[in-house]
Design a protein around this ligand. Structure first.
Ligand code: CMC
Length: 428
C-alpha cells in the first residue's frame, strides 16, 4: 500500500503522509494541509472521520465489535479482573502485580476524606437537583480544596493527583445520592474493597449495620469495568480538550461529567429505563414504539440503540445482557421491563430500518435494568457510568499531557455575513 495520500485542490496536487496504527488502522496526516494549500481546511461536523489524537489506551473496532483496554479484551477483563486492576491498567499501561495493586489501593484510601466544607456546597443545592449536575459542580469544587496544580513533568505529582481523585470521587458519588434521599452523609470504610466501599457509602442506613452482598459487589464491579474507557467519545474528548489548555485534572473531569450527562451519551442509561417504563405504562405495545422510532417526523428514538462507532453488536451490551439475567436471577428480582427490553431488541434486530442502519443495542440498553435491580435510583445511573469512566478519563488526560499535545482548537468554515457598515440605533 502507498504511504501517502494525494489531494488535488484548485488543480494543484498536495501529498500527505499516511500513518498506520498498531492494529493497521490508517489515517491521513493532514497537519500540513492548511499551510500547503494556503488556507484550505477539512470540514467534519461531529468528527465522524477525524482523529483528534494518537492514543495507546483503548482499541475499538466498531465493524467487528471489538473493545480492548491496553491490548486486553473487554470480555477477559470483565471475567477475570477487578475494577481497581483495570483502573491501574488503563492509567499506567500494565496490569499491576499484587504489591503494586495493594499500594495503589492504600494510596487511594489515604485520600478518601473529602473536606467537610464540601458538605456546605452540597447543602446549597435543592434536593431536586440532578445528581450529575451536582457531581460535576462538586468535582470542580475539589480544586478549591486541593489548590496545588499538578506538575505533569513530575511522576510523583501526577500519581498523587490520580490517587487523590480516585479516593475522593466515590465519596462525592455517594453524597449526591444521599443528599437527594435526605440521608446523612457518610465517609468510607478503609477496611473494604473499592467497590464494596462505594456500595456501603451509598446505601448504609444510619440506624443499622450495612451487610455486604457479593452479588451486588460483583455486578457493580463488572459494570464499572465495562464503562471504564471507550477511546475518544464525547466526554473523553471533552476531558482531553479541556486539559489541553492546561486546566487542572479535577476541572477537566468536571467538564467530562457534564458532557456525559446528555441522553445521547451516558444519560442514555436513565433515558432507556424511563423509555421502558413508559412503554410498560402504555400497555407494553413495543410495536407502537418501534414505529415511533422509525417515523422521521417523531423525535422519539429507541434509547440504548445505535452507536457512532459500533456498526455491530456493542461487545459491552452482550456481556451486560447476560449479566442482567444472572443478577436478576441471583437477586430473585422479576422485572417485567427486562421482558419488554428483550422484546424490543428482538424486533429491532429483525427490522429492516435498524438492520440497514446497523443499529444494535449499546452498553446502556441493559445496564439500567441491572442498576434498578441493585436498588440504585434511576437518576443515579449516569453517575454510576461516571464512576466507571473515571479511570479512562484520567488515563486519557494523563496521556494527553505526557505527550505534550497542543491546545485543542478546531477550525470552522464561516458562513455568516460578510463585512457590512455599522448602522446606528436610530436607523435600524
Ligand atoms: N433510534 C432510531 N433511529 C436511530 C437511532 C435510534 N436510537 N440511532 C440512530 N438512528 C438513525 C438516525 O435517525 C439516522 O437515520 P437516517 O440515516 O435515516 O437519518 C441513522 O440511524 C444514523 O444515526 P445518526 O444519529 O446519524 O448516528 P450518530 O452516529 O450521529 O449517533 C447515537 C449515534 C448513539 C447518538 C444515536 O444512535 C442515538 O441517538 N442513539 C440513542 C441514544 C443512545 O443510546 N446513546 C448511548 C450511546 S452508547 C453510550 C455511550 O458511549 O455514550
Amino acid at each position: 500500500m502507498s504511504d501517502k495520500a494525494i489531494l488535488e485542490v484548485n488543480g494543484e496536487k498536495h501529498e500527505f503522509p499516511l500513518i498506520t496504527g498498531t492494529e493497521n488502522e490508517v489515517a491521513i496526516d493532514v497537519k500540513a494541509l492548511r499551510g500547503s494549500t494556503k488556507g484550505v481546511i477539512t470540514l467534519d461536523p461531529g468528527y465522524k472521520n477525524t482523529g483528534s489524537c494518537e492514543s495507546a489506551i483503548t482499541f475499538l473496532d466498531g465493524e467487528k465489535g471489538i473493545l480492548r483496554y491496553r491490548g486486553y479484551s473487554i470480555e477477559e477483563l470483565a471475567e477475570k479482573a477487578d475494577f481497581l486492576e483495570v483502573a491501574y491498567l488503563l492509567i499506567f499501561g500494565e496490569l499491576p502485580n499484587q504489591e503494586q495493586l495493594d499500594k495503589f489501593h492504600a494510596d487511594i484510601k489515604s485520600h478518601s476524606i473529602v473536606d467537610d466544607d464540601v458538605k456546605k456546597i452540597l447543602d446549597a443545592f435543592p434536593k431536586a437537583a440532578h445528581p450529575m449536575g451536582v457531581l460535576s459542580s462538586l468535582t470542580s469544587a475539589l480544586t478549591a480544596f486541593n489548590p496545588s496544580s499538578v506538575n505533569v513533568d513530575s511522576e510523583e505529582d501526577m500519581y498523587n493527583a490520580i490517587v487523590r481523585i480516585l479516593g475522593k470521587f466515590p465519596v462525592l458519588v455517594a453524597w449526591t445520592m444521599r443528599k437527594k434521599h435526605g440521608l446523612p452523609l457518610e465517609y468510607g470504610d478503609d477496611s473494604l474493597g473499592y467497590v464494596e466501599n462505594v456500595l456501603k457509602m451509598m446505601f448504609k442506613s444510619p440506624n443499622k449495620d450495612y451487610e455486604q452482598n457479593d452479588i451486588l459487589v460483583n455486578a457493580l464491579d463488572k459494570l464499572l469495568i465495562l464503562h471504564a474507557d471507550h477511546e475518544q467519545n464525547c466526554s473523553t474528548s471533552t476531558v482531553r480538550i479541556t486539559g489541553s489548555s492546561h486546566a487542572g485534572l479535577f476541572v477537566s473531569l468536571s467538564a467530562g461529567i457534564s458532557a456525559l450527562w446528555g441522553p445521547l451519551h451516558g444519560g442514555a442509561n436513565q433515558a432507556v429505563l424511563e423509555m421502558l417504563e413508559a412503554i410498560k405504562e402504555d400497555g407494553g405495545d413495543t410495536k407502537k414504539y418501534m414505529a415511533k422510532a422509525k417515523d422521521k417526523s417523531d423525535p422519539f428514538r429507541l434509547m440504548g440503540f445505535g452507536h457512532r462507532v459500533y456498526k455491530n453488536f456493542d461487545p459491552r451490551a452482550k456481556i451486560i445482557k447476560v449479566a442482567a439475567d444472572e443478577v436478576l436471577g441471583d437477586l430473585g428480582v422479576e422485572d417485567p421491563i427486562l421482558d419488554i427490553a428483550k422484546g424490543l431488541e428482538k424486533e429491532a434486530l429483525e427490522d429492516p430500518y435498524f438492520v440497514d442502519r446497523k443499529l444494535y443495542p449499546n452498553v446502556d440498553f441493559y445496564s439500567g435494568i441491572i442498576y434498578r435491580a441493585m436498588g440504585i435510583p434511576v437518576e443515579m445511573f449516569t453517575v454510576m457510568f461516571a464512576l466507571g469512566r473515571l479511570p479512562g478519563w484520567i488515563a486519557q488526560w494523563k496521556e494527553m499531557r505526557m505527550r505534550k499535545e497542543p491546545i485543542g482548537r478546531p477550525r470552522q468554515l464561516y458562513t455568516g455575513e460578510t463585512l457590512r457598515p455599522f448602522t446606528s440605533i436610530e436607523n435600524r
